[in-house]
Design a protein around this ligand. Sequence first.
Ligand SMILES: [Zn+2]
Length: 109
Amino acid sequence: MVLKSKNVAMVLGKTIHLSGVSQQDFLKDEGWLAHELCHIEQFREHGFFRFLWLYLRESMRVGYYNNKYEVEARIAGMKHRKSQNPVKRATDTIDPSGMPLPGDTKRQA
Ligand SMILES: [Zn+2]
């Protein structure tokens, strides 16, 4: 078994960096887009370096998944999914990449 390449989106300031996913596919995914836009808002709110520091500190304290900035972004992403059926929602999760940066991975569809 060879692992499929991960789809990764990473936010730095006002820019979303994509890896393993096309811009077109990313923009079609409203939940994922909303999640990353939330991180852009967090950068804007706290300032570039301050937010990186706060994000890293949260991750060290509670882990990437429970990082409050990830929790906030996850909620933002789920608001777009009310109309989707629960099965699709469950298989369509966005997880923190585990990097010391506000990046997220998504399972290949
Ligand atoms: Zn995130």
